[in-house]
Write a protein that binds this ligand. Structure first.
Ligand code: NAD
Ligand code: GLY
Length: 363
């Protein structure tokens, strides 16, 4: 298929900028030779992926790389959040060394957020850093995780506790890959898109409310959802200020994910977290209850969960929040909505309010 770059979005970084290419047929990797020239890339390179994505999309990537005179080695990691660990990264290092990658070898992350975060962390640390290209294949990775340079792994005590900032050379998002994505994973990406609407683009939120055709019409709204993230991380690349707002829903969401042993997917945790954040905001008088109902209505119509499963104990969720990396001086940090397109960072939430919010959001 001919590649069609529907959109090219630039993301500013402290060192310069990198492009996000978004469109159909982009796994033919047409922009690669120019990108490789920027870093004088070696021929030997690595594609990090998992067996699920390998079966759908890896042949295409490997053929494209070979056609451009690269010598790719394929590194498979097991599929699932439970493998987003330092142990997986250690096994990746072994294979990178075995394949004789050098400091100019590019690592390609072909997959969703888990592959992107793990492969990015390997790229940030292997030989003190090698070039890295994100090839996101989930909606969530296109909307959110492939953009902004946060890479890392989970620790048994909590999510994303070990990590780095590693800006990619480019993000190449081929929307054709979404054709094989299961519906529940597509919905997870929608949760992050809704989040981006609440954080900084009321018109995006309204569009998502009006459309019911999110999947078939993905090319219409996806660039807008990515731009919210690209703009925020361009202004605040290493989270000194406003970037924290992108964590809307995540203080609750990460804890719910963790306590469920990751049976609740990241996007599902974010959806429930968005509802909790809007209820907590109403409790503190930052917005009225109607805002939360509006957010909840959109999430439900997408098919996302909006209630905390009964089996996840409140105490366990509160305990999991204590390892949240947004915590400062032992104070939990919440991002709370005042309106669609307007959120604030709040550091002084009383424990009783958090407990009441969790209890009020149960199924
Ligand atoms: P994921 O990477 O686990 O992918 C979800 C599932 O979809 C997996 O089973 C995967 O194998 C499968 N899959 C991927 N692409 C497919 C395709 N095209 N066709 C069929 N199946 C496909 O989950 P995710 O939702 O993409 O990412 C969640 C992760 O991203 C979490 O670990 C979260 O913490 C992280 N995240 C990171 C950032 C960041 O800024 N770095 C931001 C948001 C989320
Ligand atoms: N997902 C939040 C961030 O990238 O900052």
């Amino acid at each position: 298929m001919m590649s069609q770059v529907g959109e090219k979005i630039s993301v500013k970084t402290p060192e310069g900028e990198y492009p996000i290419f978004l469109g159909k047929g982009l796994l033919d990797l047409d922009p690669l030779p120019a990108l490789a020239a920027q870093v004088r890339a070696s021929a030997v390179c690595a594609v990090i992926t998992n067996p699920t994505i390998l079966s759908h999309h890896a042949t295409r990537v490997i053929d494209s790389l070979r056609a451009k005179n690269f010598q790719p080695c394929v590194i498979e990691i097991p599929d699932g959040e439970q493998y987003k660990t330092l142990d997986t990264v250690r096994k990746i290092y072994d294979q990178l060394l075995g394949a004789q990658l050098d400091r100019r070898s590019i690592i390609f992350a072909l997959g969703g957020g888990v592959v992107g975060d793990v492969a990015g962390f390997a790229a940030a640390t292997f030989l003190r850093g090698v070039p890295f290209v994100q090839l996101p294949t989930t909606l969530l990775a296109m909307v959110d995780s492939s953009v902004g340079g946060k890479v890392g792994v989970d620790h048994p005590r909590g999510k994303n506790l070990i990590g780095a900032f590693k800006q990619p050379l480019a993000v190449i998002a081929d929307t054709d890959t979404l054709a094989t994505l299961p519906i529940e994973e597509f919905r997870c990406g929608m949760a992050e898109a809704v989040k981006h609407g609440i954080v900084g683009d009321a018109e995006l939120f309204e569009r998502l409310e009006k459309s019911k055709n999110w999947r078939a019409g993905v090319e219409d709204w996806l660039p807008r959802a990515i731009r919210v993230k690209a703009d925020v991380v361009g202004r605040d690349p290493v989270e000194q200020g406003d970037r924290a707002k992108l964590n809307l829903g995540h203080t609750f969401g990460h804890a719910i994910e963790k306590v469920s042993d990751y049976r609740v997917r990241h996007g599902e945790g974010v959806a429930i977290g968005l509802v909790c954040a809007s209820r907590l905001a109403a409790r503190r008088g930052l917005c009225d209850a109607a805002l939360g109902l509006r957010i909840e209505h959109l999430l439900r119509s997408i098919g996302l969960p909006t209630r905390i499963p009964r089996e996840l104990a409140t105490d366990a969720i509160i305990a999991a929040m204590q390892t949240d990396k947004k915590r400062v001086n032992a104070q939990l940090r919440f991002i709370l909505p005042r309106a669609i397109g307007d959120v604030v960072i709040v550091d002084d939430v009383a424990r009783e309010d958090v407990i009441a919010t969790i209890e009020g959001a149960r199924s």
